[in-house]
Design a protein around this ligand. Structure first.
Ligand code: F6P
Length: 342
């Protein structure tokens, strides 16, 4: 059996740990061969491959990024995309594919399996933690750690200058990173895409924090939206899956706070620092277990399935189930955090 592996979409810490586990178990226990495809779906589309064996994955457990490279290539937007992938899989004698990705990469894997019979197994990754059918995706814990450390650091500088610091975090249309890091970092308020925010209410929180002689830290998700307006964007370009590039709302909110309260307000956009660098122990643990179970799914020929975390157990679910709908923040969880606002 020869198994192809690819990593697609935004990179995130733990991708290499998955591949290391897949290859180690696949070679040692099942005598499989592996072939890496470069840059997500671009690899099988263009026949761009890379050696993937035990020496290639050695030493990669703590390494962020992906040794295979990644891209947001959508084969369904390319001429004869599916046929080209099928031809390349045949040319390289690849029997099955393990696709490690988020909503978009796995959405492609689901369609290739369900509609065209390509034998795919999915592994869920994304710092956004927005995939249904899994309690957590790896990468999320690392992103929350990076954001929390930044918030801790920003507290001391905000207090030295008695200014408002707005911290914009990633997460696309889900507020998980904002909610977890904001709660862990003691934010003055947390703004998430699932609940539109009122700028005057935010200004009220800010003023009350100053009254208590503390400087406020406002954590805002890049996809958060004001109550009486549209999404605020710095750049309105889209990627090949039709997603708009988010960011800009933090800067906009700081200006509004300054205008309405007269207090100096500055913004820190954490951006890709949340995706880079070494994975946390939790993410290494989760990524490794996903890898071990993904290769078992290949052995069982359980095509069209994705490995998922349910409590502490790794289970298999249809990829299409995980990609049908985004997992967003439950209003009750958000209410819980609001005790600390203001
Ligand atoms: O999905 C992961 C993510 O980091 C989102 O949080 C963010 O909106 C997006 O990717 C950024 O994408 P890119 O790296 O292509 O700018």
């Amino acid at each position: 059996m020869r198994v192809g592996v690819l990593t697609g979409g935004g990179d995130c810490p733990g991708l290499n740990a998955v591949m290391r586990a897949v290859v180690r178990k696949g070679v040692q226990e099942y005598d499989y061969e592996f072939l890496g495809f470069r840059d997500g779906w671009r690899g099988p589309l263009e026949g761009d491959t890379v050696r993937l064996d035990i020496p290639a994955v050695r030493g990669t457990l703590p390494r962020g990024g992906t040794i295979l490279g990644s891209s947001r290539t959508n084969p369904f937007k390319e001429e004869n995309g599916v046929r080209r992938i099928q031809d390349n899989l045949a040319k390289f004698e690849v029997d099955a594919l393990i696709a490690i990705g988020g909503e978009d990469t796995l959405g492609v894997a689901a369609r290739l399996t369900d509609e065209f019979g390509v034998k795919c197994i999915g592994v869920p990754k994304t710092i956004d933690n927005d995939l249904s059918a899994t309690d957590y995706t790896f990468g999320f814990d690392t992103a929350v750690n990076v954001a929390t450390e930044a918030i801790d650091r920003l507290h001391t500088t905000a207090e030295s200058h008695m200014r408002v610091l707005v911290v914009e975090v990633m997460g696309r249309h889900a507020g998980w990173i904002a909610l977890h890091s904001g709660l862990a970092g003691g934010a003055n308020c947390i703004l998430i895409p699932e609940r539109r925010f009122d700028v005057d209410e935010v200004c009220g929180y800010v003023q009350s924090r100053f009254k208590a002689s503390y400087a406020p830290i406002v954590v805002i998700a890049e996809g958060a939206m004001p109550k009486d307006g549209d999404m605020v964007l710095k750049d309105d370009s889209h990627d090949s899956f039709g997603h708009v590039r988010l960011s800009g709302v933090g800067e906009w909110l700081a200006k509004e706070i300054e205008k309405r309260t007269g207090k100096e307000a500055r913004t820190t956009v954490l951006g890709h620092t949340q995706r880079g660098g070494t994975p946390t122990p939790f993410d290494r643990w989760l990524a490794t277990r996903f890898g071990l179970h993904a290769i078992d799914a290949v052995r069982d020929e359980d095509w069209g399935k994705m490995v998922a975390l349910e409590g502490t157990r790794i289970v298999r679910v249809p990829i299409s189930e995980a990609t049908a709908q985004l997992k967003t923040v439950d209003p009750e969880l958000y209410e819980e955090a609001s005790v600390f606002f203001g």
